[in-house]
Design a protein around this ligand. Structure first.
Ligand code: BJ8
Length: 386
């Protein structure tokens, strides 16, 4: 059984390198006078920044490079994503943070929201108060007023007006990106998939650092076409016999690619990502008819993250991905000390048992010290899949 990391050189390169080359792109956008807004979370209503002609960018939080520095202020038993986010800011090692005029965060998990208080000492930080349930009408109206409060803040800070039509246009543009990225990753629903999980992840992760909308759409289209053409002409990078894995859990990218790597070295291929690097961001579209403000607010509140209680939308999406991508098994990645995902893992196990799909949860951090353990557990899990 075989799996090739780079079946078609060139398709993935510009996306794999996007985070690094994006540094220069953001620098020149700043020089042109554009405002830059740093973000950490999928709940951030991205379209608001697009509507205000600002440049939204995901901040660095996917390596252990600055964790030691972060631990001089933050407790060490926090999740690595929170420590890395703070560490990159405090050490000035993240160019995206450096160029951000504003950082927008949300009250998601407790560790993150408390970290923002410290971050606020060194950057201009704006925190949106995120409700923790999607069930109550009061949660919907509270979140809608938070979206409007952010709009008011942006208008004052960046001296501009965001009209309903600006927002409608941004929703359309962002929806197009989402639809294209979904079309791209759905090539892995093919049997065998048209790409490895590692390539899919690198592409999705890198797409966040492409700042020219029109060019980004063209590049995604070109990648889809090349992959389709190659597949139809018989160039299939993944052996049909490999077991098909859907990933769920905490956001991935950077050092946590290690989890995908060990799975794909264990006789399996990752076909879909039910996380914030993958389908959780791109599966749905914001409705384009009706009031753009409540459409936007509802869309974001409905994200199925474990910080919501209850969290039915994660289960709905996960179930759908398992069916669509013909999953043989689901592997969850939980970052060390992440309470929302580690507790919800119990419900995920029960849910998948109900669907008859084998499940394994892996806890990991940003170090490479657990590689062998991850490998052994992956091999053992894949062997059990019939
Ligand atoms: S929408 S997944 S990006 S909150 S891993 S910091 S939950 S302790 S990252 Fe997330 Fe937004 Fe949800 Fe997505 Fe806390 Fe857990 Fe750390 Fe987490």
């Amino acid at each position: 059984m075989t799996i090739e990391d780079r079946p078609l050189p060139g398709i993935f390169d510009s996306f794999t390198d996007a985070r690094k080359s994006g540094f220069l792109a953001v620098k020149s956008l700043k020089q042109e006078g554009k405002g830059v807004v740093g973000t950490f979370c999928t709940y951030t209503p991205y379209e608001l920044f697009m509507a205000a002609d600002l440049v939204p960018v995901g901040l660095c939080s996917t390596s252990d490079e600055t964790i030691t520095e972060a631990e001089k202020t933050l407790p060490s038993n926090l999740c690595p994503l929170i420590k890395a986010s703070y560490g990159f800011a405090v050490t000035d090692k993240c160019p995206y943070m450096y160029y951000s005029d504003l950082v927008v965060g949300e009250t998601t998990c407790d560790g993150k929201k408390k970290m923002y208080e410290f971050l606020g000492r060194i950057k201009d930080v704006y925190v949106m108060q995120l409700p923790q349930t999607q069930e109550l009408p009061t949660a919907r109206s509270a979140w809608l007023s938070e979206v409007r409060r952010l709009k008011d803040f942006l208008e004052v800070k960046f001296s501009r007006t965001i009209t309903d039509d600006d927002l409608r246009g941004a929703i359309k543009r962002r929806n197009l990106e989402r639809a294209k990225l979904k079309e791209f990753y759905e090539l892995s629903a093919l049997v065998p998939p048209a790409m490895t999980g590692l390539n899919q992840l690198a592409f999705l992760f890198g797409s966040q650092f492409k700042f020219n909308h029109a060019v980004k759409i063209e590049e995604i289209d070109a990648a889809i076409k090349r992959l389709r053409d190659a597949y139809q002409s018989g160039q299939k990078p993944v052996d049909k016999a490999l077991k098909r894995i859907v990933i769920t859990g905490c956001p991935m990218g950077g050092v946590t690619e290690k989890v995908v790597k060990v799975i794909e070295e264990s006789g399996a291929v990752v076909v879909a990502f039910e996380n914030c690097t993958g389908a959780k961001q791109y599966d749905r579209l914001v409705p384009e008819e009706g009031d753009p403000w409540s459409n936007l607010a509802d869309f974001y509140l409905d994200i199925g993250c474990a910080v919501m209680s209850p969290n039915p939308n994660r289960f709905e999406l996960l179930g759908r991905l398992c069916d669509r991508f013909s999953a043989d098994g689901v592997i969850e990645m939980v970052l060390t000390a992440c309470q929302p995902y580690s507790v919800e893992s119990i419900n995920i196990r029960e849910f998948l048992r109900g669907k008859g799909i084998p499940f394994m949860s892996l806890e990991t951090d940003y170090s490479s010290g657990d590689l062998e353990l991850l490998r052994n557990r992956s091999v053992a899990f894949v062997e059990t899949l019939s």
